[in-house]
Design a protein around this ligand. Structure first.
Ligand code: MSP
Length: 641
């Protein structure tokens, strides 16, 4: 992205100050932060913009309800956003507020350009308007016959607006927009969202009312201060006002950053970004942004997390309980970017215990503790690696390639899924090599095992830096690696060369396991009646049962029992899984079948192959095992609960 300039510019939506930051707004900001850091890691100059959307009728109403002036109100909430972003170490380059003077100037400059083009005219608006979404409802959108119709975006009642208004000639851009989408099929990720936009535009665009007369809290319309500028014209312009649009002293800066590489947002505001925004830019003869990254909603019990539903999870409480970086990791690993996903404390705690403390943290602990016990403070890479260490090296090279490819498409959950396959492999390597035994008999071999493990940890830490910078800096420090994001590819660390001599330093445990909450009294009272072998709900929740489709099956010559399957887990990637079914099945019997797998079983080596999970099966009366499938097909990657 923007390789020609070697720059990367990413943005979040600017958040309405009617709500305080919650886990939903945190999610978009975490994505943009990690993207910016990743591009910095690749050696690019980056700009990461976030901010607050502070005008509009509902903000004036919220301030009045608190007996505050609108300015007092927006100052306070805007600061609350900044505070939470700082707490979460979200390293934004600039924080734009639509009440900033610099922003107002840029909005005026855009209006002037559009007026010069003849794209703005005065008219009369008569129709429906959704105040919470600041959105005019076209007749074709008001699908129900209710009076007033419900807003198609949020489902709430609209109001009737009837007033003089300035209009933007959006209809004139219909063909140019359609041509742009056709020529840029990757403009929106995921692509299904682009198809929705295309059919909306094809069904016909009306001119857009871009001023409101009955609203007082906003940017006065230039030359006609009885009107204020429509909030979406005001808000979208933030992406260019922050980098100096319309300011003659900042034209170099503006050229350096525009067009944006990735605008991050959730699906409900795609239309504004995919239709209005490109048309506004065309009117001002500015280039189009390169990508809209549209993520799903974070849900709670099947409903979107939002202030109006009163089901928000507070980022401050999460940070206090779990620490900021485990929360960021959970969001990027477990919430597939393209789908809605439930926020689950059980999954978060499982991610911390199994992946972080049990995966990366444990490997580092074991390495450092064993080295210390054997008085080894510096690890020298051997001149020649054993075949087992070479296999780990080869996987690390493949990982770097796959991880980079996934992040090129902003797919954090897939990239991290791949990375954790490597974490499992490195743990399995360490365990299988039994360095605690080798230490007593072969010092050189012992050092090789530790060195290979340290090199594997170095790869993990550099790739994970954009997601958990503080923890990964600590990890790198404990294995004596200097990594400086922004300086050359991979922070100047030659990950493809396993030749480093590494100085080891003991550090406090990277990740703490989450202790299970004390049992609630009613749970304790039923305990007496529990059968002896009962397990608690946390134990059940800790086993990830995931549905996948078997897409390929191979024979393993060495084994009489095993077949080797390639299983597709949708957004969670593909895995190799072995099953002892050779006696009963030929490959064709299994290919195309959906089955249930234990997804977080530690990888096991059998007949020279590594199995990354286990297929669940039930035996019939003859002892023939049958894969357990859902009663109806479900999307691959679905977790069973
Ligand atoms: N002010 C407009 C955006 C203008 S951008 C030029 C706005 N503000 S908002 O406060 O409602 O923020 C919406 C955005 O916050 C979503 O698009 C998404 O990025 C984030 N999220 C808010 N709730 C969310 C979830 N429950 N789940 C995921 N993201 C959520 O719209």
């Amino acid at each position: 992205m923007a390789e020609d300039k070697n720059t990367f510019y990413t943005t979040t939506p600017i958040y309405y100050v009617t709500a305080r930051p919650h886990v939903g707004s945190l999610y978009s900001t975490v994505i943009a932060d990690a993207l910016a850091r990743w591009h910095r890691m690749l050696g690019q100059k980056t700009f990461f913009l976030t901010g607050t959307d502070e005008h509009g009728q509902k903000i004036a109403e919220a301030a009045a309800a608190l007996n505050e002036s609108p300015k007092e109100f927006v100052d306070e909430v805007s600061k609350a956003y900044k505070d939470i972003w700082h707490l979460y170490d979200l390293d934004y380059t600039d924080f734009i507020r639509t009440t900033d003077e610099r922003h107002k100037k840029a909005v005026y400059y855009w209006i002037q350009k559009a007026q010069e083009k003849g794209d703005i005219y005065k008219g009369f608006y008569e129709g429906w308007y959704c105040v919470p979404d600041e959105h005019f409802i076209a007749d074709k959108d008001a699908s129900d016959d209710a009076e007033p119709p419900l807003c198609p975006l949020c489902g709430r009642k609209t109001i009737h607006a009837s007033e003089e208004s300035y209009f933007f000639r959006l209809s004139a851009y219909q063909d140019r927009l359609l041509k742009f989408y056709k020529e840029n099929p990757h403009f929106i990720t995921p692509k299904e969202r682009l198809n929705e936009v295309i059919s909306f535009v094809e069904s016909g665009l009306h001119d857009l009312s871009i001023s409101r007369k009955s609203v007082s809290w906003g940017i006065p319309f230039p030359g006609d201060p009885k009107h204020v500028v429509y909030v979406w014209v005001d808000a979208l312009t933030n992406y260019i006002s922050a980098i100096g649009y319309g300011d003659p002293n900042k034209s170099k800066e503006f050229k350096q950053w525009w067009p944006a590489d990735v605008h991050v947002m959730a699906k409900e505001i795609v239309r504004f970004h995919a239709i209005y925004w490109p048309a506004f830019l065309m009117a001002a003869d500015l280039p189009m942004p390169k990508k809209l990254l549209v993520h799903g909603w974070i849900m709670v019990d099947g409903q979107k997390m939002s202030k109006s539903l009163g089901n928000v999870v507070d980022p401050l409480a999460l940070a206090q309980k779990y620490g900021i970086e485990p929360v960021k990791y959970y969001m990027l690993r477990q919430l597939p970017i393209t789908h809605d996903a439930n926020f689950s404390y059980a999954d978060l705690e499982h991610a911390i215990n199994a992946d972080l403390a049990g995966g990366v943290g444990n490997l580092l602990n074991r390495l450092i503790a064993l080295a210390e016990k054997n008085n080894m403070h510096e690890l020298h890479a051997p001149a020649q690696w054993s075949s087992e260490a070479s296999a780990l090296y080869e996987s690390s090279i493949q990982l770097i390639k796959d991880y980079t490819d996934y992040l090129e498409n902003c797919s954090f959950h897939l990239a991290l899924g791949k990375l954790w396959q490597f974490v499992h492999q490195a743990n399995a390597y360490f365990h299988a090599q039994e360095p605690w035994k080798v230490a007593k008999v072969d010092a050189a071999k012992f050092e090789e095992i530790l060195s290979a493990t340290a090199h594997a940890l170095r790869t993990m830490a550099v790739l994970l830096w954009p997601v958990m910078p503080q923890k990964m800096e600590a990890l790198l420090q404990s294995i004596g690696v200097k990594c400086i994001p922004g300086v050359g590819s991979m922070g100047g660390v030659a990950l493809d060369e396993w030749t480093a001599n590494m100085q080891l330093t003991k550090i406090p445990a990277l990740f703490e396991k989450v202790e299970k909450e004390e049992k609630k009294s009613e749970e304790v009272s039923v305990k007496k009646e529990e059968p002896e072998n009962s397990v608690n709900i946390e134990t059940v929740a800790s086993v990830e049962l995931v549905v996948g489709t078997i897409i390929a099956v191979d024979q393993i010559e060495k084994s009489e029992k095993l077949l080797k399957m390639q299983v597709d887990f949708g957004d969670r990637g593909q895995r190799t899984i072995l099953a002892g079914v050779k006696k009963w099945y030929v490959p064709e019997d299994l290919i195309g079948k959906q089955a249930t797998f234990v997804f977080n079983l530690a990888p096991r080596k059998m007949a020279g192959e590594v199995s990354q999970g286990m297929m669940l099966m039930g035996e019939d009366a003859d002892g023939k095992p049958h894969p357990v499938s859902p009663a109806q097909p479900v999307p691959n990657g679905t977790r069973l609960r």
